[in-house]
Design a protein around this ligand. Sequence first.
Ligand SMILES: CC(C)(COP(=O)(O)OP(=O)(O)OC[C@H]1O[C@@H](n2cnc3c(N)ncnc32)[C@H](O)[C@@H]1OP(=O)(O)O)[C@@H](O)C(=O)NCCC(=O)NCCS
Length: 184
Amino acid sequence: MPSASPCWFPIETERLRLREFGVNDLDDVHAYASDVDTVRFMEWGPNTAEISRERLRLTLDEQAVWPRREVNLAVELIEANRVIGSVRLGVDQNGGGDMGYVFGSAWWGNGYGYEAGSALLRTAFSTLGLHRIWASCDARNTASVALLEKLGMRREGTLLRDRRVRDGWRDTHLYALLSEEWKG
Ligand SMILES: CC(C)(COP(=O)(O)OP(=O)(O)OC[C@H]1O[C@@H](n2cnc3c(N)ncnc32)[C@H](O)[C@@H]1OP(=O)(O)O)[C@@H](O)C(=O)NCCC(=O)NCCS
């Protein structure tokens, strides 16, 4: 983020609060980070308790610094008062950015991904004035493909066998959205 950037979070939506992580989130984070179904198409996990603790510690350390180019936020389900996943927004030096997300499998199919993703795009384009947001996903990740397309993102191409993951080389879809394409 440019050095003069005001802090743009927490973000509140109808059901979710996108906010910084706290030490008390460890159990909620480990619940999804250790879940085989949740991390199937992630490049990390499933986490041991030790790895979850260390990852959270690193995130808390990062949170001490502002501005920063990459922001990871906990997604809190307000009515349940617990963390159900996380989102990421990275900002590059050319006024563009990239986003990512993970939600625990227990919470899939309730529109939370769309609600959080829409809020992140609104922040990126409307609050931060970015001109392009991109995201990538494993080509086999039908849920992520569906979410990205519902968010209005355009598939720009597919990188063949570009990353080695736990079950071999994967193909990666690249998606993007320009500010003028964003429907708000
Ligand atoms: C991808 C992910 C975030 C989707 O979250 P979600 O909260 O279940 O998504 P939503 O409920 O908001 O659904 C958004 C759209 O995607 C569709 N969708 C969701 N899961 C789907 C699936 N498995 N197959 C087909 N469509 C799916 C929904 O039907 C909805 O479209 P619709 O409203 O037209 O019906 C979630 O599956 C997830 O966290 N997966 C594990 C982590 C991961 O893979 N992250 C992405 C790494 S690139």
